[in-house]
Design a protein around this ligand. Structure first.
Ligand SMILES: Nc1nc2c(ncn2[C@@H]2O[C@H](COP(=O)(O)OP(=O)(O)OP(=O)(O)O)[C@@H](O)[C@H]2O)c(=O)[nH]1
Ligand SMILES: [Mg+2]
Length: 591
């Protein structure tokens, strides 16, 4: 099996009324038979999608998705054009603009297809000029605009090389696909192959697939065993391409047209979507209550809730992996009407309050379309996991703040940081002995999902200390400060004369007050009930340095001029801090 890279391929879909010569033209262009089924060939009618390909004179490779024109098979037509960037509109010279010409062109217009050419077929049966002029004029009013047009006869072969030549120029004008984008392959066929297992086909509109890749399908993971393109195995298929994937880990019964194979983690499945309809397409006051949503090869029923103006909330009967910026096609099957809808939000806010729908519509109206709306969307969400945000289809806005896995809206960190001093101040009024509120309290007050986010919000003179948002120099209430000052004055004169419990009690210094003084750096707690001044460690060391080592506890006590009540815990405290070293015979020396 020799591999080959597929680098340049274009994919185009046919469109047009039944029997206007689409499949015949595809056959003339590619030499391949697009009607795959015996029934299709017998009836001379395309029923399902057909696939053919060729190399154009320039060397450009082209794959064609041939769609049925019969009105009954419009669902298949929709699946065929859903991932394709360009269209070959076919109209017969002897019949002209017809019902499914109109319907197919409306579909292409709703999908926003911008690249097309017109082939007026059966030029041997009637003068193609009037039809050509008429259809070009109609197409000019759609997303396709002014299209090149060619008259052609499959019967005589006249015009076929011209169609190929015009195809070249149309394809040359296609935007380059994003080959580094995540994969979302909408499956259009799934079938078993003896010995190879399950094969699916689809049009790869963006991204790259290679054997060995892992993709997700719903909540399952599947492995890509092999990749084929244009009938041959390839090492890698890059968008745009028709691809056939041999899958591992899934049975053909578990796959259907409309399923999507996805790059893991890159998409989120959603049933609720806010969209804006192409303006003017459907009468805003008379939207159907239900419609079918089409994207790629998928077709899913949806309830429509008009918000206001062109903004509509969709509730899908089955969730779809949608992203902001996707273009959906909404179809009202009863009325055979279609409209394009731009996906604006795949995780929309609930609408509970009165007027919420109107407010939401206004919000969407104010927000730029596509990726430019990212900052506005993030502003509404305030804080979101970066992975979730990008899976919605948004780029990370340049002004956003990233903190660990989180993304904060532009300006939010400053806004929260500015709220903090007042918040901490209020807390300390109620809890004067505490340096500041616990982190969890602050996180809740600020509406943040993770304690860790406070790292970005706490700024001097506030600081994160011991699980609190603390004032760096918190200070103590005046009454407590006076009592601590008195003790510190005594300790300044005699550094090891730790106040006795009755002295502390008399000064009004209970455990909470003492803890506050320690937190504030005004006292050092050597042991339960034994408080000395900061710096006592250095003083203790200096006095011991004058004693010949090793020395006993009793020698140390004399050097410090204190009692056993203080000396015993102080000695252990110094041991623990690595100032002194306890020798096996319980004497010490300085380290
Ligand atoms: N004389 C003449 N007949 C043509 C030409 N192109 C197609 N036909 C005939 O028109 C009939 C329909 O052609 P198809 O190619 O099957 O039409 P189609 O658009 O694919 O039809 P559906 O797929 O069913 O929508 C066939 O009998 C073709 O032989 C042409 O240029 N000249
Ligand atoms: Mg056909």
């Amino acid at each position: 099996m020799t591999g080959m890279d597929v680098t340049g391929m274009d994919v185009i879909a046919t469109a047009g009324h039944v029997d206007h010569g689409k499949s015949t033209l595809v056959r003339a262009l590619t030499g391949m038979e697009p009607d795959r089924w015996e029934e299709e060939r017998r009836r001379g009618l395309t029923i399902d999608l057909g696939f053919a390909w060729t190399t154009l004179p320039s060397g450009r490779r082209l794959a064609v998705v041939d769609v049925p024109g019969h009105e009954r098979f419009i669902g298949n037509m929709l699946a065929g054009v859903g991932s394709v960037p360009a269209a070959l509109v076919v109209v017969a010279a002897d019949d002209g603009w017809s019902a499914q010409t109109a319907e197919h062109v409306a579909v292409l217009d709703a999908l926003g297809v911008r690249h097309a050419l017109l082939a007026v077929t059966k030029a041997d049966l009637a003068d193609p000029a009037p039809v050509l002029a008429d259809v070009r004029e109609r197409l000019a009013r759609t997303s396709m605009g002014e299209v090149p047009a060619v008259a052609v006869s499959a019967a005589t072969g006249a015009g076929v090389p011209e169609v190929a030549a015009v195809l070249e120029t149309v394809l040359a004008g296609l935007p380059a696909p994003d080959r580094s984008a995540p994969v979302r392959l909408w499956i259009d066929r799934a079938f078993p192959i003896k010995g190879a297992g399950t094969v699916v086909t689809g049009t790869l509109a963006a991204g790259t697939v290679a054997p060995g890749d892992r993709l997700t399908l719903g909540d399952r993971e599947v492995g890509v065993r092999g990749v084929q393109s244009l009938g041959r195995p390839v090492e890698r298929a890059e968008a745009t391409a028709r691809v056939a994937l041999n899958l591992r880990g899934i049975a053909v019964e578990d796959l259907d047209r409309g399923d999507a194979l996805l790059t893991p983690g890159a998409f989120r499945s959603t049933a609720d979507v806010d969209v804006t309809l192409a303006p003017g397409a459907w009468d805003e006051d008379r939207l159907p209550a239900e419609a079918v949503v089409h994207i790629g090869s998928a077709a899913v029923g949806a309830r429509l809730r008009p918000l206001e103006g062109t903004a509509v909330r969709l509730r899908l009967a089955t969730p779809l992996p949608l992203r902001v910026g996707d273009r959906l096609l909404l179809r009202d099957p009863g009325a055979r009407r279609v409209v394009g809808a731009d996906v604006r939000d795949v995780d929309p806010p609930e609408l509970r309050r009165r007027g919420a729908a109107r407010a939401r519509a206004a919000e969407l109206a104010a927000q730029p379309l596509g990726e430019a709306g990212a900052a506005a969307d993030l502003a509404r969400r305030r804080v979101v996991r970066t992975a979730d945000f990008t899976a919605m289809g948004w780029p990370v806005p340049g002004e956003a703040t990233a903190v660990g896995p989180w993304l904060l809206a532009p300006g939010l960190v400053d806004e929260l940081a500015a709220r903090l001093p007042a918040l901490v101040g209020r807390y300390r009024q109620q809890h004067p002995l505490e340096a500041g509120p616990p982190v969890a309290v602050v996180r809740r007050e600020l509406g943040l999902p993770d304690d860790d986010l406070l790292r970005a919000v706490v700024r001097p003179p506030l600081t994160l200390r011991e699980g609190r948002v603390a004032v760096a120099a918190a200070g103590l209430p005046p009454r407590v400060q006076q009592a601590v000052d008195a003790i510190r004055a005594r300790l300044a004169a005699d550094p090891f004369a730790a106040p006795e419990a009755p002295d502390l009690a008399a000064a009004g210094l209970g455990p909470r007050e003492l803890a506050a003084a320690v937190r504030d750096g005004q006292l050092v707690r050597v042991a339960d009930g034994v408080y000395l001044a900061p710096g006592v460690e250095e003083v203790a060391r200096a006095r011991l340095a004058a004693v010949p080592a090793p020395f006993t506890l009793s020698q140390a006590r004399s050097a410090w001029g204190t009692t056993r009540r203080v000396a015993v815990p102080l000695m252990e405290w110094l041991d623990a801090r690595g100032v002194t070293e306890r020798l096996p015979d319980t004497t010490r020396r300085l380290r």
